[in-house]
Every structure is written in structure tokens, then in C-alpha cells.
Design a protein around this ligand. Structure first.
Ligand code: MN
Length: 297
């Protein structure tokens, strides 16, 4: 499939999906219409949701390979634990970045007494040079934040003007959270080498005149050096961008890899309880079971 011409904007509606543990999310990527934006290969929007204490997120022990999970917390708190021994609460305005590399296991749960959740969970495919790297976990309690033209910017990933986000990444990427209490019209500078997408989380936003509602993604392609963004009052959106990844990836369950052989091996290793993924200490609940690979995979 050819990319749309630089001036065409492709609008993609989220599909509703259920993450392990039963929480409903809106999934914008991958979609039938688009697989990736740069190295961003999975865009999930969770909430905004309110629930009784004891509800919320409860994702048992499960593995990842070949990707980074990038969690951006907007409202509420979630406790992350992993097989490297990390136990980290993530709070509004913070990012958790887990680099799975050759293999890690983790859990995610709303803490006792929590009643709200609003977050984006984004996956970043690792380039082939790093897909087998040692696993790592980073917590970023503070991100670059500023206001401009009635819009509050939080830089999640990459660079924006003189600002640099701290997240440790392996591909040229950008990510910025845009929120406006009273509405805003902005002219945003872009990198023509990057393709971009605007993931609308709340309210309405328009990009170069194309209007999107919450849980729609406006894919912009590359070759633009700027775009006109309008945010309705109380709207929130995330602009993600990156250099086109340049090759196909394979995604199955919680695994991302440049080839199917790595996925088949990861699936076997998880099923057999191999030491590769380790054990998550402190989580009271069973390991998740991988769905069977499709026949002939
Ligand atoms: Mn996970």
C-alpha cells in the first residue's frame, strides 16, 4: 500500500479492545488501515474511567519481547512490577518506560483504594539492532512542560524546539501531549522526515482542517514542515511522530519481533516457564496464558 500524498489526512477510528484483566480500552494502532507511525506500533487509550475501589486495572504476570512499553499517566495511579525486581507507582504527569529487549515479565494494577484511571499505553518497536538487548525499566517523574498559545505542552518523547524528553529511545521519535482548558489554535513546527499522527483523547481537535473526535487518530504522513492544530475547550490529544520504521514487524500477543521465529521461541519459552522472562515478585495472582499461535504460524 502506498502512503497517502503528504496533504491527505487519513482518519482512523479506534476499535474497542479488552486488555488482559478485562479492562476496556480504545485501540488506535495497529489498525486495518495502518500498522505503525515511525517506531510507534501500538496506541491504546485507557479511560477516562471511574470505578469502585478494587476495580480498575489488574493485569497479571505476562511477558514482552522486542519492544518498549511507554505508559503516560493522565489521571489515577498504577503500580508496575517486573522480573528485574522493580516496583514503581506511576502518577499523573509521569512516564514508565519498560524496554523488553530479549525478555521481561511484568504486572500492572490499580493500587488499593484507587477509583480513577486515564492513561495512554504506547508500544515502540525496537530496531533489529536492539531487539535482543538486555531488559531495562525507567521511571520518569518529571517531563518538560510549557504553555504556548493557550495550550499546555508536555514533551513525552524526543525533541521539540529546545526541549528534550528524557526517555531512552532507539529510533528517531517524537511524542507530545497537548491539552487546552479554554481552546487553542496553534501552528506547530514538524520534521519533514517524520510521519505523524494525532491521537485525540478528549474533546475535538482539528489538524489542517480535518476534525477528529475523541478516540480518532489523524494520520498525517511525512513531508510536512508544519501543521495547523485547533483544540476545542478541554480537549486533549497526543501528537506522535517518527522516521518511517523501514521494515515490517511481527506482532503477536505481547511480542514484537523482526521475524516469526523469535515470536515462536518467545511463546514456547513463556509456556515452558523458561528462566528467560524471570519471575515478578509480590504480585498475588496467576501468570497469564498466551493464546495459541494461529495454525501454521
Ligand atoms: Mn504489558
Amino acid at each position: 500500500m502506498n502512503d497517502p500524498a503528504p496533504n491527505a489526512i487519513q482518519r482512523i477510528e479506534a476499535r474497542s479492545a479488552e486488555i488482559d484483566g478485562g479492562l476496556a480500552v480504545n485501540r488506535l494502532l495497529p489498525s486495518r488501515h495502518r500498522r505503525m507511525i515511525g517506531a510507534w506500533c501500538f496506541l491504546d487509550h485507557a479511560g477516562p474511567a471511574a470505578f469502585a475501589p478494587g476495580g480498575g486495572m489488574r493485569v497479571g504476570q505476562h511477558p514482552h519481547i522486542g519492544l518498549q512499553t511507554f505508559t503516560w499517566m493522565i489521571e489515577g495511579e498504577v503500580l508496575h512490577r517486573d522480573s528485574l525486581g522493580n516496583a514503581q507507582m506511576i502518577r499523573p504527569g509521569q512516564v514508565n518506560l519498560m524496554t523488553a529487549g530479549r525478555g521481561i515479565a511484568h504486572t500492572e494494577e490499580s493500587p488499593d483504594g484507587e477509583t480513577v484511571l486515564h492513561a495512554a499505553q504506547l508500544w515502540i518497536a525496537l530496531p533489529e539492532s536492539h531487539c535482543d538487548c538486555p531488559p531495562a525499566f525507567d521511571h520518569y517523574p518529571e517531563l518538560p512542560r510549557w504553555s504556548e498559545g493557550g495550550c499546555d505542552f508536555t514533551l513525552l518523547a524526543g525533541a521539540w524546539g529546545r526541549h528534550r524528553a528524557p526517555a531512552r529511545l532507539y529510533s528517531p521519535l517524537a511524542g507530545v501531549d497537548l491539552h487546552s482548558a479554554s481552546g487553542a489554535r496553534l501552528d506547530l513546527p514538524l520534521d519533514p522526515a517524520f510521519e505523524y499522527g494525532l491521537m485525540v483523547l478528549e474533546g475535538a481537535a482539528s489538524i489542517d482542517g480535518e476534525t477528529c473526535a475523541a478516540n480518532e487518530l489523524a494520520y498525517m504522513g511525512r513531508g510536512r514542515d508544519r501543521c495547523a492544530l485547533a483544540l476545542a475547550p478541554a480537549a486533549r490529544a497526543i501528537l506522535v511522530g517518527g522516521e518511517p520504521f523501514g521494515r515490517d514487524i511481527h506482532m503477536w500477543w505481547n511480542f514484537v519481533a523482526p521475524d516469526r521465529a523469535r515470536i515462536v521461541q518467545a511463546q514456547r519459552d513463556w509456556e515452558s516457564g523458561a528462566a528467560r522472562f524471570g519471575e515478578v515478585p509480590g504480585f498475588d495472582g496467576p501468570r497469564l496464558v498466551a493464546p495459541a499461535l494461529p495454525p501454521g504460524y
